[in-house]
Design a binder for this molecule. Structure first.
Ligand SMILES: [Fe+2]
Ligand SMILES: [Fe+2]
Length: 359
């Protein structure tokens, strides 16, 4: 049997890791063992972060029959396990198997500095991926007999995932991140009561899925906007913030305050500079004329996320099929609802929105 050892921080695992493992497994006709390291930068308490790390790897590799996890490094008492120890552990555990050790381009160039580099290279066949814009040190490739795996590395990093800049992970992993309040979600949860937090997660996931299904650029932007859309909801200083920063809208009905305060918090507390995200938060409750697609998707996702107390599936399907048209369907449903329930919608922003889109 052939086995690939794939070590790393996996902090968290993302599609780039999965692609590397998949290509290596195919080209070498080998199983892949993911060996996460103990060191993690997620949280101060390493216990829960290791559990979260393992849970996310398990979700990510589900469905890949040749992929598995080994917790040798996590269970090893020292915080840092040297690769030589890991390699010896595997080669003695499976003495009849042939082992490969999978590396990224940056590791290739550093390899001569690793502890017991030569011994590692004797015990396992070193294999690596090239990376665009990264010069591989040919000396190390020759000296340690490294073998190149063909394929393009996906340009994703774990940092991108942690700051939600590029969410190259599955919806199941996003579910987990929401449920366990990891990364940016942890901060969002600190601003909201639980009910509002979980509603925001639903809006984020739905907006993200709408973006993916419609093949829109940058679905992460949809996720972040959805996650932050109600961030002003539980703020106790809404009136003051309105008076000071949004005086032109202070005469609007009170329910709308949280959208403006939300924009304010997203900018001030979360450092959001993307005007499209900020605007989608600023008008998500009332709507407005001339919304961009992100604004429309956030507006619609807020109204029809799956935990709302009415049957929303037909609206979600409409959004998946076509985000622009789906938005109009949701908007019309919303206006009908106001009329049926006798809820006044004569504030200037909602009127502008309905007049502009529902002629
Ligand atoms: Fe809201
Ligand atoms: Fe909402």
């Amino acid at each position: 049997m052939k086995k690939i050892i794939f070590g790393g921080a996996f902090d968290p695992i993302h599609q780039g890791h999965i692609n590397m493992a998949f290509l290596a497994s195919k080209q070498l006709d080998a199983d892949v063992i993911f060996v996460p390291s103990k060191v993690s930068v997620w949280k101060n308490t390493s216990h829960s972060s290791i559990d979260d790390k393992l849970a996310l790897i398990n979700i990510a590799i589900k469905g890949y029959q040749r992929f598995s996890i080994d917790t040798f490094e996590i269970n090893n008492p020292p915080d840092i396990t040297y690769t030589i120890e890991t390699v010896k552990y595997f080669t003695s555990k499976y003495p009849n198997d042939k082992f490969f050790y999978l590396m990224g381009a940056d590791q290739v160039n550093q390899f001569h500095l690793w502890n017991n580099a030569e011994e590692i290279a004797k015990l396992v066949q070193l294999v690596y991926f090239k990376r665009p814009d990264y010069e591989i040190d040919k000396n190390n490739v020759e000296k340690f007999n490294m073998f190149e795996i063909k394929g393009t590395m996906v340009n994703t990093s774990s940092t991108d995932i942690r700051i939600f800049d590029k969410l190259d992970i599955s919806i199941e992993e996003l579910e987990y991140i929401c449920k366990h309040k990891l990364f940016l979600n942890q901060k969002v949860a600190s601003f909201l009561d639980d009910k509002r937090y979980y509603h925001s997660c639903e809006v984020a996931k739905l907006a993200y899925r709408v973006a993916v299904k419609n093949k829109l650029d940058n679905p992460s932007q949809y996720y972040v906007a959805g996650l932050l859309h109600d961030i002003g909801k539980n703020n106790v200083n809404k009136e003051e913030i309105m008076k000071e920063h949004f005086p032109d809208y202070a005469h609007l009905p009170h329910f709308s305050y949280h959208q403006f305060v939300g924009r304010y918090i997203a900018e001030k507390e979360f450092g959001i500079k993307d005007e499209s995200i900020l605007r989608s938060i600023e008008f998500h409750a009332t709507g407005i004329d001339h919304m961009d697609l992100l604004g429309k998707v956030v507006y619609a996702s807020d109204k029809v996320e799956p935990t709302r107390d009415f049957e929303t599936d037909q609206y979600i399907q409409a959004l998946f099929k076509n985000a622009e048209k789906g938005f109009l369907v949701v908007l019309e449903q919303n206006r009908d609802y106001f009329i049926k329930k006798n809820i006044p919608y004569d504030n200037e922003l909602t009127s502008k929105c309905f007049d502009f889109y529902l002629k």
